[in-house]
Design a protein around this ligand. Sequence first.
Ligand SMILES: NC(=O)C1=CN([C@@H]2O[C@H](COP(=O)(O)OP(=O)(O)OC[C@H]3O[C@@H](n4cnc5c(N)ncnc54)[C@H](O)[C@@H]3O)[C@@H](O)[C@H]2O)C=CC1
Ligand SMILES: O=C(O)[C@H]1O[C@H](OP(=O)(O)OP(=O)(O)OC[C@H]2O[C@@H](n3ccc(=O)[nH]c3=O)[C@H](O)[C@@H]2O)[C@H](O)[C@@H](O)[C@@H]1O
Length: 465
Amino acid sequence: MKITKICCIGAGYVGGPTMAVIAQKCPEIKVTVVDINQARIDAWNGEDLDKLPVYEPGLDKVVSEARGRNLFFSTDVNKAIEEAEMVFISVNTPTKTYGEGKGQAADLKWVELCARQIAAASTTDKIVVEKSTLPVRTAQAVKDILDNTGNGLKFQILSNPEFLAEGTAIEDLLFADRVLIGGDSSPEGQEAIQALVDIYSHWIPREKILTTNVWSSELSKLTANAFLAQRVSSINAISELCEVTGADVNEVARAIGADSRIGSKFLKASVGFGGSCFQKDILNMVYISRSYGLHAVADYWEQVIIMNDHQKARFAKNIIKALYNTVSGKKITFFGWAFKKDTNDTRESAAIYVADYLISEQAQICVYDPKVSAEKIYADLDYLNTRSSEENRKYVTVLSDPYEAVDSAHAVAVLTEWDEFLEYDWDKIFQSMLQPAQIFDGRNILPHKDLSKIGFRVKAIGKSF
Ligand SMILES: NC(=O)C1=CN([C@@H]2O[C@H](COP(=O)(O)OP(=O)(O)OC[C@H]3O[C@@H](n4cnc5c(N)ncnc54)[C@H](O)[C@@H]3O)[C@@H](O)[C@H]2O)C=CC1
Ligand SMILES: O=C(O)[C@H]1O[C@H](OP(=O)(O)OP(=O)(O)OC[C@H]2O[C@@H](n3ccc(=O)[nH]c3=O)[C@H](O)[C@@H]2O)[C@H](O)[C@@H](O)[C@@H]1O
């Protein structure tokens, strides 16, 4: 089957970049990305490529090449569904905040809405592709809705989870380690798989396109994120041990990473992992495991989250301890708010939780992040509901100049590993801070020895100076 028109529901961090790359690589396919959020669609259609709703290095170039040629952004969801042979579901699947499974299970209401809308808007058979990260066996529910509410049309459901990481989305999409496609073993299922394989084959070598059954594909996505997050929690657990024993976590990571069975990637100790997915996907796996009565499995994975929460709290507590056990009224400057560098995304960023902890101790937080707006920072804190929005504004200021942000500060805390922090004039920063000037490097990126020479008191993750 030859696909000529694709619709993608959800123009977010995944839908936008993923479809932009498909459109760039498959100029003969018309790709329409739809969303109910008018502002988001307007931003995707905006003239100013610096103001796309998602910041990703290289995304502007891909969008400018394909947009208007075979890449379109629209709020007319029904029309795009109707005309497409293949519909991707790329909507948000956050952790449930209410009812059964609150705080753990994935909230699938947006996915279900998509399935119902696809069924209602379709007038021809379609391949429906799950791009969102979903609990294993969701395809069954999607199929049930499509088969029972569609107008007798035939729907094939594929699972095609996305493995891109934010900040490197375009690289990850162009040079994917693998593409995973799960589908039915029936001839129609295999034909649907082949149609999607043909799309990715435009730029991904065939041997890197893995095909499996639907359940393996759905579960592989949760498993990949769980394994990645587990590595970060594992090295963070070791970082605490390093701090009390005199070992250096970077040296330990290098030593173990040289073992090809362990591998060197994803072993950077940090203030804790953030991002919209690691926590949500592990909690989802914990929930699924418990719902099958697999309590030992659930406890095992839950520990990854417990360790991560511990790491964030530990970082905040260490700041308080070093500032003579009180931060009340003291200015602490945060360098970075995003959950990692090269993204404007702040979802579940460690910075939010560290700030919240310190504000509860009445610290004055001053934030500088090159890509995150003040509005977003206040919204993140307000979302926690720890205190009123007015109080958050009383304790937090956001500045767009890093040197102004550190002026008269007691301490600087590095929360995101932005490269530009390395380029700063740290002598000048030292001069403008209150003494003793302290640095808490939550990302281990700064030149600690040089900073100590300048006169800073430096604390870093997994190191004892
Ligand atoms: N952010 C990431 O780096 C990655 C995310 N994922 C998964 O991809 C999925 C999407 O994630 P993001 O793109 O980050 O979410 P997002 O929140 O940035 O985007 C989702 C979009 O879907 C839209 N939407 C929701 N319901 C809709 C409906 N019924 N009709 C039309 N539009 C609708 C929302 O308005 C929103 O713009 C999630 O399941 C996530 O777990 C997977 C890999 C990477
Ligand atoms: O499902 C998803 O959403 C995506 O989740 C992660 O991607 P992402 O969250 O964008 O970013 P990562 O690079 O994985 O970083 C996640 C968090 O872990 C932290 N981290 C990462 C690596 C490391 O060694 N140490 C560390 O603290 C990062 O700073 C960040 O806060 C996965 O890497 C992607 O494969 C996956 O598609």
